[in-house]
Design a binder for this molecule. Structure first.
Ligand code: GLY
Length: 376
């Protein structure tokens, strides 16, 4: 089946399932599903980095269908996240994941001015995490011990800054985003195109200090989700700046990923993990698929590198076929789609539903069908 026809069929399954979920889920903010039932992070941790994704799914569905139920679910989550703004320690570099998918989506689709306000507040807070020595600090702690920690995932939060500059006419946000993207090129991307997850910089000088293992297998390994964030995130930096170095780096990271996709399309947690235990992360596959499709579209629109675009579309197709046919639950009575996501290689639990896997799967499928609301 051609990719577009395949995606149209999957899109219908997504709508059927998400309609049923939106009708029964109430105002939950889910992270995972236990026996097919969403959990709820409203009181568990309102600041958790994944709390925007279900709202983002609902906005994607609203954008595609204009059905009111999806809008209601998304608006409820966006309002609940206001509590996060009042928690200093809960405001970390992951603001993009939380407010691009909620407030920005709302403003884009409905012109809601309260949402625009939230989106600018989130961007201003993210800009405030910038250390002028040249990087955005990832997380908070009381001791200041992680003051020099920066992580590859941050690339996905940068569109909050680019969009804030485009919306407000104030270049500060974009300048900060580009410093972070340049630091990522310098310190995170190895010569072979693989990405480090965490880099520790000296917060006073900006010099490279260390590369701890992060969520992949270990020091020097290649965490697949980090590689997905890299190839996707450099593409968005290119789209907002048109600076060739970001597109070149996106291609370098994408090529590393393509060369390591197993023949069956099942993506491991780490490209350098041992043969056993052979944990998989369907989230990484979904994110990479969406990123590959964006990169391919970017290359096609630039009128150049058509062969590369075809290579990335083929990679996305292979992974999406695996996800849809081998790792998805299409029963409308259960809450999750993907079944085998893994937050980190050395965690106690592996291969269970995680909400951002479903978000990026939907985004990728809608990107192919032309139903996507573009949020980066
Ligand atoms: N952004 C954190 C993660 O990918 O797990």
């Amino acid at each position: 089946m051609a990719l577009k026809d395949f995606a149209k069929t999957v899109s219908e399954k997504i709508k059927l399932k998400e309609r049923a979920i939106a009708g029964r889920v109430g105002d939950k903010i889910p992270y995972t599903a236990i026996n097919g039932v969403f959990d709820d992070w409203t009181d568990k941790n309102i600041c958790w980095w994944t709390n925007g994704f279900f709202g983002g799914m609902m906005w994607q569905l609203y954008g595609a269908t204009r059905e009111e139920i999806f809008k209601q679910r998304a608006e409820g989550i966006e309002k609940k996240l206001d509590r996060n703004f009042l928690d200093y320690y809960g405001m970390d570099h992951d603001s993009g994941f939380k407010w691009l998918t909620t407030a920005h989506a709302n403003n884009l689709l409905t012109g809601n001015k309260e949402s625009l306000n939230r989106f600018l507040l989130a961007a201003a807070n993210l800009a405030g995490r910038y250390n002028p020595i040249g990087f955005i600090r990832a997380w908070n702690d009381d001791s200041g011990n992680n003051a020099g920690w920066s992580i590859i995932d941050c690339l996905m939060n940068l569109p909050l800054l680019y969009l804030a500059s485009e919306t407000s006419g104030d270049p500060r946000f974009k300048v900060i985003a580009m410093h972070q993207a340049d630091t990522a090129i310098k310190h995170f991307i190895r010569e072979d195109g693989s990405a480090r997850h965490i880099v520790i910089l000296d917060p006073n000088t900006g010099y490279f200090v260390d590369e701890p293992g992060g969520q992949g297998f270990g020091r020097g390994s290649v965490w697949t989700r980090g590689q997905s964030w890299a190839l996707y995130g450099f593409t968005t930096s290119y789209l907002h700046t048109k600076e060739a170095r970001y597109l070149d780096t996106a291609i370098l990271c994408a090529d590393y990923f393509v060369e390591h996709i197993p023949s069956n399309g099942r993506i491991p947690v780490d490209f350098k993990q041992p043969a056993t235990p052979d944990y998989t992360d369907s989230c990484a596959a979904a994110i990479a698929s969406s990123g590959f499709l964006l990169l391919a579209r970017t290359l096609r629109e630039s009128g150049k590198k058509k062969t590369l675009a075809e290579k990335y579309e083929a990679a996305a197709e292979k992974m999406l076929c695996y996800l849809v046919e081998m790792d998805s639950d299409w029963n409308p009575d259960t809450d999750n789609i993907l079944k085998s996501c893994t937050a980190a290689y050395h965690d106690k639990d592996h291969e269970y539903p995680i909400i951002y896997g479903d978000y990026y799967l939907i985004e990728a499928i809608f990107r192919i069908t032309g139903e996507e609301t573009y949020l980066s």
